[in-house]
Design a protein around this ligand. Structure first.
Ligand code: ADP
Length: 265
């Protein structure tokens, strides 16, 4: 089936499921329809869903994936540091093909419910597909995830194999020692889980530095220090750890950190 037909069928299904309330917003334009579908999927609670509908969504997401530039590990150079496994890479984490990507989620661990929001949680759940929210819901069973811990699921329609979900600290005023410890714990917990699952390649976003307002430079210092600490404690367990920087500002911050360590990028 073509993308246009898949979007139409999915919209028809979800409009019926929601008793038509969305049908008022359906335009004739494909991009608008696709955006509406994304928004509907974002706000949809993790109710069970007919396998045929899930397969339609898989088909759509796989067609979209084929149109994207997927980056594989061999295309990303390593930093000339003591470990030879670190990389800084700028781009959308949902287009990376590694063993595991890390999601900066919220305590429900069910993904972002704000329609078409620009956070990483929304991107990961959107492109993995509804199966990810259903799987997270089953895993969480109504419980909340503690800040600084990590859990793992499949990645469904993403090019990676797994998603490791963690919840970073949310900064209201100034950064406390507890906030720093919690951020450190996010990175360390993800790496421990990766090790347990025999994951060899992992990509981290800059956890907590978006909607959660952790100062970017301090967060990057903690991220690099924690990953290095883990690699020292557990030599040989990982082939690659990527710091996915996404914004130009983050890229400059990470490059500065490695330059100050006298390490060539
Ligand atoms: P948090 O709630 O932990 O602050 P955000 O999603 O708001 O999470 O931001 C975390 C980091 O993820 C930010 O540095 C943001 O620029 C980055 N980010 C957002 N979308 C993506 C993406 N698609 N791929 C990689 N990083 C992303």
């Amino acid at each position: 089936m073509k993308k246009e037909q898949l979007v139409d069928q999915l919209l028809t299904y979800f409009c019926q499921e929601a008793e038509q309330s969305f049908s008022l917003f359906i335009s004739q334009n494909y991009r608008e329809k696709r955006k509406l579908l994304r928004g509907i999927v974002n706000i949809r609670p993790p109710y069970p869903l007919d396998e045929n509908i899930l397969k339609l969504e898989d088909e759509l997401l796989q067609l979209e994936l084929k149109e994207k530039k997927i980056t594989v590990i061999d295309e990303i150079p390593c930093i000339e540091d003591q470990f030879h496994v670190l990389s800084v890479w700028r781009g959308d984490i949902t287009t990376l093909q590694v063993d595991a990507i890390v999601n900066a989620g919220n305590t429900s661990l069910l993904g972002c419910f704000i329609p078409n929001h620009s956070c990483i949680d929304n991107a990961i759940h959107t492109y993995a597909g509804i199966r990810l929210r259903l799987s997270c819901n089953e895993m969480m069973n109504g419980k909340e995830e503690k800040v600084g811990q990590a859990k793992i699921t499949g990645a469904y329609n993403l090019p990676s194999q797994y998603v490791i979900h963690t919840v970073g600290p949310m900064i209201g005023g100034h950064v406390t020692k507890e906030d720093k410890d919690k951020l450190r714990s996010c990175y360390y917990s993800c790496l421990e889980l990766a090790q347990k699952k025999q994951i060899r390649t992992i990509a981290f976003p800059s956890i907590s530095t978006g909607v959660f307002h952790f100062p970017k430079a301090l967060a990057a210092e903690i991220a690099v220090a924690t990953v290095c600490e883990f690699l020292k404690d557990n030599p040989g367990t990982l082939d690659r750890v990527i710091f996915d920087v996404f914004t130009e500002e983050d890229q400059e911050i990470y490059e500065r950190i490695f330059r100050n360590k006298k390490i060539n990028l």
